[in-house]
Design a binder for this molecule. Structure first.
Ligand SMILES: Cc1cc2nc3c(=O)[nH]c(=O)nc-3n(C[C@H](O)[C@H](O)[C@H](O)COP(=O)(O)OP(=O)(O)OC[C@H]3O[C@@H](n4cnc5c(N)ncnc54)[C@H](O)[C@@H]3O)c2cc1C
Length: 461
C-alpha cells in the first residue's frame, strides 16, 4: 500500500510504542491495522481481536473443517470501488498480491418484469472497478493483514472492558474469552487506544439482544463516568450517536453443489458469476434504474412489484468446477425472523442461552426459513419439478446466516468526525461511520481515515 509515512518526532521516538487494541477483523479492522502500521511502524504496537474463527466479518467465507472443498461467500459476494477512492490503490495491490481478482465487467441479470424478460446490466458502472475474493472473499482480509506485524486473537470475543484515568489520559483494559460462553476470560492488559470496528460492540440494544449483557464499551464508559473527573461530552455524544444507528438485517441462505449436482437447475450459459434479482423492483431499488432488455428490446420500464422473499441471488462457478449459491432475503422478510441467526453463525455459537442462541437452536424455525427462501428462488429461476428437487439437495448445505446489521441505514450513520475521540483513547471505524455504509469500500475508507487521523494525533502530542 502506498501510504506516506508520517515523520515521528524525536521526543516520541524515545518513548514507548503506543498500544492499540482493534476490535473486529472485518474489512475496517484489517485495513486499519495495515494503514496504521504503514504510518507508524514500530511506534504502534497492535493487537487485533476477532470473535469469528478468522478475519472477514461481513466479507467472510463459510468453510467446513470436514470438507476442504466447501467455501462459500455468505456475506458480500463481490464489491465495487470508485477509482478515485482512497481504497482503490489498496484493492489493486491486493490483485497484484493474489488476494483479489477483477470481476468480469458484464453480469447477466435475470429480473422479472411484467413481461418477464432478462435484463442486461453493466457492472461496475463507469469510473468503478469490481472485485471478487481469490479464491474466496475472506482472502481480502487475510491479504490486508499479510506481513503486518500485529498480534492476532481469532476466536476471541472481547467480553469485558474497563477504562481508567491515568495521569489525565484514559487507558483501556480488555478481557476476552474463547469459543464458548463458559470459557474463562483472559486479561489482555492495558491499551492507549481502543479502535472499535463493530457497531454492535458499542450499541447497547443490539449487544443485549444478541448476548444478553451490557455492551462492553457502554458499560466501561458508564463506570468511568461515575468517578472523578467525570465524563467526556465527546464520548457521551459518540455513544449516543451509535445508539441511533439503524441497520437492515439480511438472511443469507447458501449452499455448494458439485458440477453434477448443479447440472439440472443451473442456467446453461458460460459464466463466472451470475447475479439475479428475481423481482425487478429489488433490482431497481439497488441500482437505481436504467436497464436494457437483454433481447435488445430497449429500456425496461415495467417491473413487477409483488411481495417477495428473496432480493438477490449470486451463483459462482469455482475453479474446481463446484458451484456456490448465496440467496439474500428481502429486508421485510429478514426483519420478520428476528432472533433466528442460523446454528452455524458466530452470534449463535457465542450467544447460546441468550435470545439469539435459544431461538437459533430451534432447527424447525431455521429449516422453515431455508425452505421458504429456496422455494422463492426456485420459482424465480422457473425450475421444473425435477430441477427443483435437485436444487433443494445441494452437496453441502443449505445453511442459514442472519446478518443482524448487514447494511447500516445511511441517514442514521455517524460522521467520521463524531467517531473520533482520541483524547479519551476511543476511535470508531467501519461502514457505519462512512459515507458509503453497507459497502466494503466505505468500511475500508473509514479505516484509512481513522488511522491517518490517529497517526497525526499521536505525532502532535
Ligand atoms: C449479505 C451481505 C451482502 C453484501 N453485499 C455487498 C456487496 O455486494 N458489495 C459491498 O461493497 N458490500 C456488501 N456488503 C457489505 C459489506 O460486507 C460490509 O459493508 C463490510 O464488510 C463491513 O466491514 P466492517 O469491517 O465495517 O464490519 P464487519 O465486517 O461487521 O466487522 C466487524 C467485526 O467485529 C467483530 N466483533 C464484533 N464484536 C466483537 C467482539 N466483542 N470481540 C471480537 N470481535 C468482535 C465481528 O465478528 C466482525 O468480524 C454485504 C453485506 C452482507 C451481510
Amino acid at each position: 500500500m502506498s501510504a506516506p509515512s508520517l515523520a515521528v518526532p524525536a521526543s516520541r521516538k524515545a518513548s514507548a510504542p503506543m498500544r492499540i487494541a482493534v476490535v473486529g477483523a472485518g474489512v475496517a479492522g484489517a485495513t486499519f491495522a495495515r494503514q496504521i502500521k504503514s504510518l507508524m511502524g514500530d511506534h504502534a504496537q497492535l493487537s487485533l481481536f476477532e470473535m469469528g474463527r478468522g478475519p472477514g466479518g461481513r466479507a467472510a467465507t463459510r468453510r467446513d473443517r470436514n470438507d476442504t472443498r466447501m467455501s462459500i461467500d455468505h456475506g458480500a459476494p463481490v464489491f465495487d470501488v470508485n477509482k478515485s477512492s482512497k481504497f482503490y490503490d489498496v484493492a489493486e495491490a491486493l490483485v497484484d498480491e493474489g488476494y483479489l481478482q477483477k470481476a468480469s465487467p458484464w453480469w447477466r441479470y435475470h429480473a422479472r418484469t411484467t413481461d418477464d424478460v432478462d435484463v442486461k446490466l453493466a457492472f461496475p458502472s463507469d469510473g468503478y472497478e469490481a472485485y471478487l475474493g481469490k479464491p474466496s472473499m475472506n482472502a481480502m482480509c487475510k491479504g490486508l493483514l499479510a506481513g503486518v506485524d500485529i498480534t492476532t486473537h481469532f476466536g476471541t470475543k472481547v467480553s469485558k472492558l474497563s477504562c481508567a484515568n491515568v495521569n489525565s489520559t484514559v487507558k483501556w483494559n480488555l478481557k476476552g474469552a474463547g469459543a464458548t460462553p463458559a470459557d474463562e476470560p483472559v486479561d489482555f492488559g492495558d491499551f492507549d487506544y481502543l479502535v472499535v470496528t463493530s457497531l454492535g460492540f458499542a450499541h447497547a440494544t443490539r449487544w443485549r439482544d444478541i448476548f444478553g449483557e451490557e455492551a462492553p464499551v457502554v458499560e466501561a464508559w458508564r463506570e468511568l463516568s461515575e468517578k472523578p473527573p467525570g465524563t467526556s461530552e465527546k464520548v457521551d455524544s459518540l455513544l449516543a450517536s451509535v445508539e441511533r444507528v439503524d441497520a437492515i438485517p439480511v438472511i443469507s441462505i447458501f449452499a455448494q453443489y458439485s458440477a453434477d449436482a448443479a447440472a439440472s437447475w443451473l442456467p446453461k450459459a458460460e459464466f463466472e458469476t451470475l447475479r439475479f434479482a428475481p423481482h425487478g423492483g429489488a433490482l431497481n431499488k439497488i441500482f437505481g434504474g436504467g436497464y436494457q432488455r437483454a433481447d435488445g428490446g430497449g429500456e425496461v420500464t415495467s417491473w413487477t412489484n409483488e411481495p417477495r422473499i428473496v432480493d438477490g441471488i449470486v451463483v459462482r462457478r469455482r475453479e474446481n468446477g463446484d458451484v456456490t449459491l448465496a440467496c439474500h432475503a428481502s429486508e421485510e422478510y429478514s426483519r420478520s425472523s428476528f432472533g433466528v441467526y442460523g446454528t452455524g453463525s458466530t452470534a449463535s455459537r457465542l450467544g447460546a442461552g441468550t435470545k439469539a442462541g435459544a431461538k437459533s437452536n430451534d432447527p424447525r424455525t431455521e429449516q422453515e426459513i431455508v425452505r421458504q427462501v429456496l422455494d422463492d428462488v426456485a420459482k424465480a429461476l422457473h425450475l421444473d419439478d425435477q430441477a427443483k428437487s435437485d436444487f433443494v439437495k445441494p452437496t453441502n448445505g443449505p445453511f442459514m446466516q442472519r446478518w443482524g446489521s448487514a447494511f447500516p441505514v445511511a441517514s442514521t450513520c455517524i460522521s467520521a468526525e463524531g467517531a473520533f475521540a482520541p483524547e479519551s483513547g476511543l476511535i470508531l471505524a467501519g461502514d457505519f461511520t462512512s459515507m458509503r455504509p453497507g459497502t466494503i469500500e466505505g468500511a475500508a475508507e473509514s479505516a484509512i481515515d481513522a488511522a491517518t487521523k490517529l497517526a497525526s494525533h499521536v505525532i502532535s502530542l
